[in-house]
Design a protein around this ligand. Structure first.
Ligand SMILES: C[S@@+](CC[C@H](N)C(=O)[O-])C[C@H]1O[C@@H](n2cnc3c(N)ncnc32)[C@H](O)[C@@H]1O
Length: 248
């Protein structure tokens, strides 16, 4: 029997109209839909976005990916999810996996795909790209990401804060993802560098509770409310040595 195809679908970051025509077409034909959940009780944002495009007889496969730093637990969850997908494919049916934003930018899909390809390197895979959260944040604030020969750095706000400060040192546009409770520390750093007026903040882009802030000083004291779905774009405006600004 011919095995089914695995589709990784980037559904965009929030607004259901920020989804590609291709993603909608695949969702309208694929019966098995894997839905990532970051905890037993957390509703899947990707599912909320895709819901209106699913087949009426869609079979949802909820896959839990707890937010943990334990590598063994993480790997076991990815493996289990990959095995579930592979069983469906081996029955000759297609299966898709919903992912927030773009499928290959800081997404669980990356790990699941790796495990699936470890089970069967010949598995048929189609990845459908999606609008990233930073593209949506840029659009909502009319803040460019990358002008002329400007450097663009995408950094996840992690425990290693030096990744962020190094990105600011390099200059250009810095996209800071996974901001959440680190917001206050980030604002301190921007203030120390005189960059508060060159940053924009967006939380829950395209989703209920969306917040757009072009004066990031207003975010002081709100770190606990910023939430995981938040992003900053900073114009660190320091051209690299030897690279002349090229403005059309
Ligand atoms: C696991 S990453 C997923 C990134 C996603 N694959 C993309 O292409 O943007 C989660 C981070 O993406 C950003 N993000 C995703 N959706 C967002 C939204 N609707 N509004 C603001 N930020 C969002 C946040 O920085 C969040 O911490």
């Amino acid at each position: 029997m011919t095995r089914g195809t695995f589709f990784g679908i980037g559904v965009g970051p929030g607004d259901p109209e920020w989804i590609t025509v291709k993603a909608v077409r695949v969702l309208s034909t694929c019966r098995h839909v894997c839905v990532p959940k970051s905890g037993e009780t957390t509703d899947s944002v990707a599912l909320q976005i895709a819901q209106g495009y699913l087949r009426p007889d869609a079979v949802l496969h909820e896959q839990s990916f707890p937010m943990t730093a334990d590598p063994d637990l993480l790997r076991e969850n990815w493996r289990q999810a990959a095995r579930e997908v592979y069983e469906i494919l081996c029955r000759g049916e297609d299966c898709c996996f919903l992912t927030l934003g773009d499928a290959l930018l800081y997404s669980t899909y990356i790990y699941l795909l790796r495990e699936l390809q470890a089970i069967d390197p010949a598995v048929q895979v189609v990845t459908v790209p999606g609008i990233t959260a930073f593209s949506a944040a840029a659009a909502l604030t009319n803040c460019p990401v990358g002008e002329g020969k400007q450097l663009v750095t995408i950094v996840p706000a992690s425990d290693d804060f030096s990744q962020f400060t190094q990105a600011l040192d390099r200059g250009g546009a810095v996209v800071l993802m996974k901001v959440g409770r680190r917001l206050e520390k980030v604002l301190d750093e921007l203030e120390a560098r005189g960059l508060l007026d060159q940053a924009v903040f967006v939380a829950r882009a395209g989703l209920p509770g969306q917040r757009i802030e072009t004066d990031v000083r207003q975010l002081r004291g709100l770190a606990e409310q910023a939430g995981y779905l938040s992003i900053l774009i900073i114009q660190a405006n320091r051209p690299l040595p030897g690279i002349k600004e090229d403005r059309p």
